[in-house]
Design a protein around this ligand. Structure first.
Ligand code: HEC
Ligand code: HEC
Ligand code: HEC
Ligand code: HEC
Length: 111
């Protein structure tokens, strides 16, 4: 599978430098093993999808939790409802990003 091969190449390049840092590191400290997000074979790690995250973080609960965030709820929108891939904002081994800021003036602080 091409995506897996590319990901393995990325892994080889960046392992050590960034792996396990930041939000990913926080998960590891909370007891979430690398394999929970990347699949059993860390030589051919899978790229996490929204399904990976929603095994533990229920989307409906998330939408409810952040319903009062101003200027708008980051976990639902007229464009993507609650189905926008989490890693558009929450990066695990690098700085998180405010995906909506490409087009909107929303000053979200993304953990
Ligand atoms: C095996 C369960 C599990 C999986 C899978 C998981 N998480 Fe978490 N996540 C946790 C736990 C445990 C915490 C610690 C805080 C808590 O108790 O909610 C947490 C916390 C977080 C936080 C809050 C950080 C903060 O500063 O408060 C974010 C954001 C988050 N996860 C995003 C994600 C994303 C994005 C994914 C998918 C790439 C993901 N999680 C996958 C269990 C999981
Ligand atoms: C558009 C960017 C964006 C996307 C996409 C996104 N989030 Fe968030 N998330 C945020 C922001 C911003 C916050 C902080 C909200 C606040 O200020 O309280 C947050 C907070 C969180 C928290 C902490 C909630 C709390 O208060 O305890 C978790 C857990 C989380 N997100 C998980 C996820 C998961 C899982 C997904 C995918 C289903 C996801 N997020 C998608 C922007 C995003
Ligand atoms: C909570 C889920 C989660 C956990 C736990 C996690 N990762 Fe990741 N990992 C991701 C996501 C999502 C990406 C995609 C890029 C990003 O978010 O930084 C990624 C990307 C990577 C990459 C690709 C290059 C890079 O640095 O961005 C490597 C290497 C990696 N992870 C290694 C690890 C290792 C080793 C561990 C255990 C110490 C680990 N990951 C634990 C979710 C996770
Ligand atoms: C590619 C550009 C683009 C991105 C990315 C984008 N939007 Fe929008 N959004 C628009 C446009 C264009 C409109 C319609 C014009 C308007 O009302 O501003 C709109 C309208 C909206 C509206 C209704 C009008 C308003 O401003 O209250 C909301 C709410 C919204 N977007 C939320 C979001 C959220 C949340 C995200 C991130 C998850 C996001 N958008 C990402 C372009 C974008």
């Amino acid at each position: 599978m091409k995506k897996a091969a590319l990901f393995a190449a990325l892994l080889a390049l960046s392992f050590g430098a960034q792996a396990g840092a930041q939000l990913g590191d926080m998960h590891v400290k909370a007891g979430v093993k690398c394999e929970v997000c990347h699949g059993p074979d860390m030589k051919n790690p899978e790229y996490p999808t929204i399904e990976t995250c929603t095994k533990c973080h229920n989307t409906k609960d998330l939408v409810a939790k952040t319903k009062d965030v101003k200027p708008t709820n980051p976990h639902t929108s007229p464009h993507y409802a609650d189905q926008l891939d989490c890693t558009n904002c929450h990066m695990m081994h690098e700085e998180s990003q405010n995906f909506c800021a490409q087009c909107h003036n929303f000053n979200f602080k993304v953990p």
